[in-house]
Design a protein around this ligand. Sequence first.
Ligand code: DAH
Length: 345
Amino acid sequence: MEDLDQLVAQARANFAQSATPADLEDAKAVFLGKSGRLTALMKGLGSLSADEKKTHGAAINLAKQAVEEALQLRRQALADAELERQLRSEAIDVSLPGRQHSPGGLHPVSMTLERIEAIFGSMGFEVADGPEIETDWFNFTALNTPADHPARSMHDTFYVEGGHLLRTHTSPMQIRHAVQHVKRHRANIDAGRGMPEIRVIAPGRTYRVDSDATHSPMFHQCEGLWIGENVSFKDLKVVFTDFCRSFFESGDLVLRFRPSFFPFTEPSAEIDIQFASGPLAGRWLEVAGSGQVHPNVVRNMGLDPERYIGFAFGMGPDRLTMLRYGVNDLRLFFDGDIRFLAQFR
Ligand code: DAH
């Protein structure tokens, strides 16, 4: 009979040399397969005597167990190696810094515009949006500022092709919005039934040839317009005072209406505010122009100035933002320096 120790040693060696599970199965067949060496030995037992069967059979069984054990160990080793390889190939380096998604934030002027819209919205004002490229009619003429009016020289205007210009203020939105409103209610107006009041603000970008610490060629304005049959300067004072106190969260802030001139209002006033406390306390700060809408402007809205009256104002959201946050250079808002802007997040 074959030397069983040698057979077991050979099986161990063959298994150890098998680098893949398929190789290992081939090696197994040589020893344990249907026509494998151990199987052949078992078959050979039939021709032996009863005593020999016992001793040989027991020895072969031991050898078989040893081979099966060796096979099992090698299977496990190959499976472990495969798992190890897979884990390594899918490894994630958790010590690498992650990709940062820094939260964005609104621009401080946008926050001011949202604030203005929310406060005026709570007082029943609509928000209207209009073109930044304007016609001469809406920007000047319809606002009682004819071609030779000296007020035009106050606006160093950017003119663009086709007789258009970059709007120098948001006031053209007074006309644009009112004309639409009047158009919708024309039939009732003509029949003497009147119309719902016009109550609107129009925030947006405006442009003038101007640049220093407090002027930027692009800046923001917010127009306000309130037209009805019984709207007075008193209403303007109440509304604007409420607005400023809400905006600055300062209940003891006071307003001053300082006589001024605008072609589209008569009388006209600059609105100054004064804080009772804080770093700016006691100083008068100009925040808006205002006035009772000029009869010529009311007429250009398509309304009869004998019946319809109201007031308008134009304020500077950039300046309001500077005052609210204590920023002293307007240009910081438009340089786009993230170190500055991130402070408002
Ligand atoms: N449009 C004016 C400007 O740019 C501001 C202004 C003043 C608007 C008086 C108004 C107003 O509506 O009534 O300086």
